[in-house]
Each structure stands twice: as C-alpha cells, then as structure tokens.
Design a protein around this ligand. Structure first.
Ligand code: ADP
Ligand code: MG
Length: 316
C-alpha cells in the first residue's frame, strides 16, 4: 500500500511481537492482492480495465470495501468519491503522468467526466464501472479497512494490548501497560513534523487517522497541491494542512479524514452528526498552527506545553 506499517505492544509483551507482525503482514498482503490499483490481476485492476463493460465477479473482500466506500460517498454527499482515479492521474499523483504545471482546462474537464461514484454498480457478487475510462481509487479507505482487519486478527488471537498503524491510520487495543493508561497518540505539527501539537489518549478499540498536505503532494508551477481532490471542482483541496479524526473504527477514521478534508469544518461538522463517537480537528494551512476542533475532540486533546498554536473550539 505504498507505506509503512507498525505494530506496537507494551514492552513486557515484546517477545510475542514477531508473531503478531507476521499475522498482520499476512492479512495486509491478502488485502493488497485484491485491492491494489497497481496490479492488473487484482480485483481492482480487473474492474478498472473492464470499465464501461460487463459486470465482473469479485471477491468478498473487494465487495466489502466497495460497499464501505459507497456508504462513505452517500453519507458525505459525494465529498468522498472512490472514483477520483482519473483526476488523481490528471493532477500527476500517479507515476504514469509526469507534469510540471496544473492540467489544462480541457484535460481536467475530460478527466472529471469520468468521475462519479453513482456509476459504480455492486450487484450480488459482481461489480462494474458503468462508463469507459472510469478508475476506482480506494486510497482514501483501504488502509483503514486493512487496519480493522489486522485489529480483528490480533484480537481473535487473544492479544489485548497493542496498536496497529498503517501509514497514519492507527487503531489501538487495551492499554499501554504497565501504567494502565490508554495509548497516547500524537497529532503532528504539519508545519514541523518532528513536533507534536498535542496527544490523544485512546480508549480500547478507538482509531485515529490523519489526512494531510505534507506527506503526499505534487508541486506544480512552484505551488504545492495535496493529494485529496474535491470531486465537485475536480481540483486538489487548498487551504488545509491537515485533518485528524478520532473514530470508533479505522475504516471510519480513514474515510472521514478524507471526506472532512474536502468538506472543511463547517460542512464537516454536519457530516459528523451521523457518526457518534467520531471527532475531528482541522488545521488551516497558515502559521502559526490553529486547531479548529469539535467540542468532543477538544475535550480529549492534551495540548503540548509551550507551543505557539491556538485551539479554537467549534460550536455544537
Ligand atoms: P493517506 O492516508 O494515503 O494520506 P487519505 O486517507 O488522506 O490518504 O486519502 C487520500 C487518498 O484518497 C488519495 O491518495 C487518493 O488515493 C484518494 N482520494 C483523493 N481524493 C479523494 C476523495 N475526494 N474521495 C475519496 N478518495 C480520495
Ligand atoms: Mg482517509
């Protein structure tokens, strides 16, 4: 999935770590075999190649992730759209398309015409993309799904205290023994990623995900563009440095971090009403850092002492 995975356990349980790591790596490899957009023989590769044609039989893993992606698209009014593939390519986010300036209006319009989640059909054990040239991109949700799957595996194996982190999508189990406090997860300063703005102390099973403009981006004509596309405009979202979401599953945290990056704090808060137990913070792309937090996020957040950043609590 183009990123790094980490499994953590309390030091007293370190002897079991290699076994946990093998278990998690194995589950991730299975998921990647179905869902990688870069492998022509994966379900996703086959669906993309067959866009505009007949429905294809796909595995239950693929069906589960597609269903989750379509739920996120419906809930967010299309801010989350798993068919942004053509726009990602047009903006140079896929290695195949090396550009040094923003795409021309006509190129963008053509790519935009091949985007739209309502043209994804899932029927029984088949799926299809209704228009030729459509491309699924599950980069905004697949890592969260994978983390939940790894979490379930470890729980089923009797592991109580652990975290699984896949490229900034983290879910915890139990506590960071021996002091029996919850796992502490830092929210990085997007303007200086060696620093944290503060920490969240997680309860058993909680997940955190961050979408930011500082890890994956392209620079076009001297300007930096984040790898999250606003499906309404067809352009990368500007104005935000990061969004961090606290949620009850890694899947929700991942999909929401992407959707809330697109929606911004005002519309984003409305979306969160449908997700009990989920909270978020938006960090605008200007310094010093301002944290626009939902009341529930602010209650859970322990700011780093001595920082210059300000926390502003969004009204209910
Ligand atoms: P990451 O954890 O890789 O930083 P995010 O969860 O922030 O990823 O999601 C960004 C990824 O989601 C992009 O790389 C792309 O694959 C995909 N994506 C971009 N824009 C959207 C969107 N509007 N809806 C759904 N997925 C998107
Ligand atoms: Mg995401």
């Amino acid at each position: 999935m183009g990123t790094i995975a980490t499994v953590s356990v309390p030091a007293v349980a370190a002897a079991a770590l290699p076994a946990h790591r093998a278990e998690v790596a194995c589950r991730f490899a299975e998921i990647e075999a179905s869902l990688s957009a870069f492998r022509p023989e994966s379900d996703l590769g086959r669906l993309n190649a067959a866009a505009g044609g007949e429905p294809l039989a796909v595995g239950s893993e693929t069906l589960a992730v597609l269903a989750a992606a379509l739920r996120a698209a419906t809930a967010s009014g299309g801010a989350f759209d798993p068919t942004v593939g053509p726009l990602m390519a047009a903006w140079g986010f896929r290695g195949t398309n090396q550009i040094d300036a923003p795409p021309m209006v006509a190129v963008l319009a053509e790519a935009h015409s091949r985007v739209g989640w309502t043209n994804v059909l899932v029927l029984g054990h088949t799926a299809s993309l209704r228009r030729a040239g459509m491309r699924l991109d599950l980069g905004g949700i697949a890592k969260g799904y994978a983390v939940d799957e790894a979490w379930n595996r470890l729980r089923a194996a009797g592991v109580t205290d652990f975290t699984v982190n896949l490229g900034g999508n983290l879910r915890c189990g139990g506590q960071a023994a021996p002091d029996r406090t919850g796992w502490r997860v830092g929210v990085r300063n997007p303007f200086d990623t060696s620093q944290v703005l503060g920490v969240l102390i997680l309860q058993d099973g909680e997940a955190v995900a961050t979408s930011g403009n500082y890890e994956r981006f392209v620079t076009l004509a001297g300007r930096r563009y984040a790898h999250i596309i606003d499906p309404r405009s067809g352009r990368p979202v500007e104005g935000l440095a990061g969004v961090t979401v606290l949620a009850t599953t890694a899947l929700d945290a991942d999909a929401l971090s992407t959707a809330l990056f697109v929606l911004g704090p005002q519309a984003g808060r409305q979306l969160l009403r449908n997700y009990p137990g989920c909270e978020a913070v938006w960090i605008p792309d200007s310094q010093p850092a301002r944290l626009l937090a939902t009341p529930g996020f602010a209650r859970r957040f322990v700011p780093q002492a001595g920082g210059e950043h300000r926390i502003e609590v969004l009204s209910e």
